[in-house]
Write a protein that binds this ligand. Structure first.
Ligand SMILES: [Zn+2]
Length: 175
């Protein structure tokens, strides 16, 4: 024999007897679809629409949170990048800033080398030594500059890649 439990409809209050193993029931009085809920020792019915509404609302809240979280992450990423980038920039005499670049480093090294050699040509005595010094300094300048540009460009690519992923996640959450 099926064991019945006596419950009441959560919508109209009509009494309903439900097989103990049931999870859902339809109220014979008002036709509401009911889910049988258990909480501790209490068993009661809940209208399905209400449950679905709550679930939908929860999903919406989760989506909103995901959007806010992702927006915050994008802001933080931009802020960190700007702060780091600012430290890597060089400034020329006109106050314009430049990102580290391979070409810039080579041009800079050439200016130093050629300038040093020209200066050596005008000086009396020790010209060869000054030229060698200028060339050595130009080479060190170029190596440092090229390394710096390479590190900078790698970081820039990583920043752009991470940002793109976050923007994609944000777009997905907003859909
Ligand atoms: Zn009912």
């Amino acid at each position: 024999m099926v064991e019945l439990i006596s419950l009441s409809c959560n919508h109209c209050g009509a009494p309903i007897d439900v097989p103990k193993v049931s999870k859902f029931v339809t109220c014979e009085h008002c036709n509401s679809r009911l889910k049988i809920q258990s909480s501790g020792s209490a068993t009661y019915t809940e209208v399905l629409e209400v449950i679905e509404e709550i679930k939908e609302r929860n999903d919406e809240i989760a989506e909103d949170l995901e959007i806010i979280k992702t927006q915050n992450e994008i802001e933080r990423l931009d802020r960190d990048w700007d702060r780091w980038r600012e430290k890597q920039l060089s400034r020329d005499e006109d106050g314009n800033t430049h990102e580290p670049s391979t070409i810039g480093s080579i041009v800079g090294a050439a200016v130093i080398g050629v300038g040093g050699i020209m200066f050596a040509g005008f000086s009396d005595g020790g010209g060869a030594l000054i030229s060698l010094g200028a060339i050595a300094f130009a080479i060190i300048f170029a190596i440092y500059g090229i390394n710096h540009a390479s590190t900078f460009n790698k970081s820039k690519r990583r920043y752009k890649r991470e940002r793109k992923q976050l923007v994609r996640r944000l777009r997905k959450a907003k859909r």
